[in-house]
Write a protein that binds this ligand. Structure first.
Ligand code: NAP
Length: 449
C-alpha cells in the first residue's frame, strides 16, 4: 500500500518541441483555445486552431475537457479528439479544468500503454490558467496540475505503508455501501460491520430473488444452469439458454445478498439491502430519502459500485463509456445530490490501479476511477470533518477478477489482494488512516506492466 504524493516536476522534459513546430489547439472550448493559441505562438511555435486534429502536428492541445458539458460527454469528446490527434512521436496534451471533477489522466495513462509510439499527457489548469500552458510545455511532460505560477505538480506513489495497527472504533452510524452486497465491496462491508457496528445499508441493482425451496443449494453458475435446465424440462416449460443463464445469475445474486446480510448481522451490525441503480438519479433520491427516514441520517458512505466494458481506445464506443461512467461517476453525483455531504464523517471511493497507472483496454474505466479520485480530493477539502479515502486497488482475488483474469495477472507476476487482507486494509485506513493521505494505491507491481 502506498500513499499518493504530489510534488513539483523537477526534471527537464525528455524531449522538446523545436522552435516553429506546428501545435494544433482544438476549438471545443473557443475562448480557451484562443488564449492557448496566443501563448503557444508567443512561445515561438506555429499555433493552429482546428475543429478536429489533423494528426499531422508535432503537438496537439485538446480543449474538449475544458467544456462544461456532462462528465461522460466531456471525456468521450476528448477520447475521440485524441484518436484524431494520434501520430507517431506526436505529443497530445489533454486539458481539464481544476474547477470540474475530471479523470483525463486515466485516459493519457492508458493511451501511453495502448499507443506507445505517441505521447499523451493530461494537465489540469487552474481557472483562467490558459496562459500558463506554454510555460508548462517547458517544464516537462507528465500528468499533473499546473499551478498559478506555471509549475507542473505531479502525483506518484510514495513509500510502502503498513496499515495502521490500532484501529479506532467509529461511533455507530448509518453507512451507505453501494455495491456492498456483492463482490469485493461485500467483504469490506462485513469487516466494516465488525469494526464500526451501526447500520449498514447495502445498495445494488440486483433483486433479492428468493431461492426456490425445491432447488438444491449451489454457488456454482454452471451447476445451477444444469439444475435449472432439468427443472424446466420436468415442468415442460420452453426456455432459451439466455433465460436459463439470466435466471441462474439472478438466483446467485439473491443468495449472495442474503449471505452478505447474514455475515453483517453476525458481525454485530444491523444490515439492510436497498435495490438501487446508482446511475439513476431519481431512484437514488427517492431511495435515500426513504432510507434516512427509516434508519436515520447517513454518516458514512462507501462507493463500490462499478462495471467494466473493456476494449481498446481505438475501438471503444460511446455507449460502452457511458455504461462504465454510469455507476461510478453518475453514482457519485447522484448520491451527493441526495445526501447532506456536511453530515458525512467517512467517505470511501473504490477506484482502481488502472486509474493511476493506466491499463490496456480500460480507458473509460481508468477515466471514471480517476474522476472519483478528483472528487475525493475535492471532498477532502470541502467536507473537512470527514475522513476521505480513495483506494486505487490492484486486482483482488474475487469480484470482477474471475478465474481467467486471475491467471492473466498471475502470469504477469502481479499478486492478487486476498479478500480478508484487502478488507482489513480498507477498514483500518478508512477508520484510522492518516487524514491527509486521501489517495492510496493498494497492491504492487502494476506499474511495470
Ligand atoms: N475486483 C478487483 O480486482 C478490483 C480492482 C480494482 C477496483 N475494483 C473496484 O471495486 C469495486 C467492486 O468491484 P468488484 O470486483 O467487487 O466487482 P463486481 O463483483 O462486479 O461487483 C460490482 C458491484 O457493484 C454493484 N453495481 C454495479 N453497477 C451498479 C449500479 N449501477 N448501481 C448499484 N450498484 C451497482 C454490483 O451489484 P449489482 O450487480 O447487484 O448492481 C456489485 O455489488 C468496483 O468499483 C471496482 O471498480 C475492483
Amino acid at each position: 500500500m502506498r500513499p499518493v504524493l504530489w510534488h513539483d516536476q523537477a526534471s527537464a522534459p525528455a524531449f522538446t518541441l523545436r522552435a516553429g513546430a506546428v501545435v494544433e489547439v482544438t476549438e471545443a472550448q473557443p475562448a480557451s483555445a484562443a488564449a492557448i493559441a496566443a501563448t503557444v505562438a508567443a512561445a515561438g511555435f506555429e499555433a493552429r486552431r482546428v475543429a478536429v486534429p489533423t494528426g499531422s502536428a508535432s503537438a496537439t492541445i485538446l480543449t474538449e475537457g475544458l467544456t462544461n458539458v456532462a462528465a461522460d460527454a466531456r471525456h468521450w469528446a476528448t477520447l475521440v479528439a485524441a484518436r484524431a490527434a494520434r501520430r507517431e512521436g506526436g505529443l497530445t496534451l489533454l486539458l481539464q479544468s481544476a474547477d470540474a471533477w475530471s479523470g483525463l489522466e486515466g485516459l493519457s495513462r492508458t493511451l501511453r500503454k495502448e499507443w506507445p509510439e505517441s505521447r499523451a499527457f493530461a494537465w489540469t489548469l487552474p481557472p483562467g490558467g490558459e496562459a500558463l500552458v506554454a510555460h508548462a510545455l517547458r517544464s516537462g511532460y507528465a500528468d499533473g496540475e499546473i499551478s498559478f505560477t506555471g509549475t507542473l505538480s505531479v502525483p506518484s506513489p510514495g513509500p510502502s505503508l503498513a496499515p495502521p495497527s490500532v484501529i479506532p472504533g467509529a461511533s455507530p452510524g448509518v453507512w451507505l455501501v453501494t455495491g456492498g452486497a456483492r463482490g469485493v465491496t461485500a467483504a469490506c462491508a462485513i469487516e466494516l460491520a465488525r469494526r464500526a457496528g451501526g447500520t449498514i445499508l447495502l445498495a445494488g441493482r440486483s433483486a433479492e430473488t428468493p431461492w426456490p425451496a425445491d432447488l438444491p443449494d449451489t454457488g456454482d453458475l454452471k451447476t445451477l444452469r444444469g439444475l435449472l435446465v432439468d427443472r424446466f424440462r420436468q415442468s415442460g416449460a420452453r426456455v432459451t439458454p439466455a433465460e436459463i443463464d439470466r435466471t441462474a445469475r439472478n438466483l446467485l445474486a439473491g443468495a449472495e445478498i442474503r449471505e452478505t446480510l447474514a455475515a453483517i448481522r453476525k458481525a454485530g451490525a444491523e444490515g439492510a439491502y436497498i435495490p438501487l441503480d446508482a446511475g439513476d438519479g431519481v431512484a437514488v433520491s427517492g431511495a435515500l430519502s426513504q432510507a434516512q427516514a427509516k434508519w436515520g441520517q447517513i454518516t458514512g458512505w462507501v462507493h463500490g459500485a462499478g462495471v467494466l466494458a473493456d476494449k481498446l481506445a481505438a475501438d471503444k464506443t460511446e455507449a460502452e463509456l457511458r455504461r462504465v461512467f454510469a455507476p461510478k461517476v453518475g453514482g457519485v453525483m447522484n448520491i451527493l445530490a441526495a445526501l447532506d455531504a456536511a453530515q458525512l464523517r467517512y467517505i470511501a471511493f473504490f477506484s482502481s490501479a488502472a486509474a493511476f497507472f493506466g491499463n490496456k483496454g480500460q480507458s473509460d474505466y481508468a477515466m471514471a476511477n480517476a474522476l472519483l479520485a478528483s472528487a475525493g480530493r475535492s471532498l477532502a477539502r470541502t467536507v473537512p470533518e470527514a475522513q476521505v479515502k480513495v483506494f486505487h486497488w490492484g486486482p483482488w482475488a474475487g469480484g470482477m477478477v474471475d478465474g481467467a483474469l486471475a491467471s492473466h495477472f498471475e502470469a504477469q507476476g502481479i499478486p492478487l489482494i486476498p479478500l480478508d487482507e484487502g478488507a482489513r486494509i480498507f477498514v483500518s485506513e478508512l477508520l484510522g488512516g492518516a487524514p491527509e493521505q486521501v489517495e492510496l494505491v493498494v497492491g504492487e507491481a502494476w506499474a511495470t506492466t
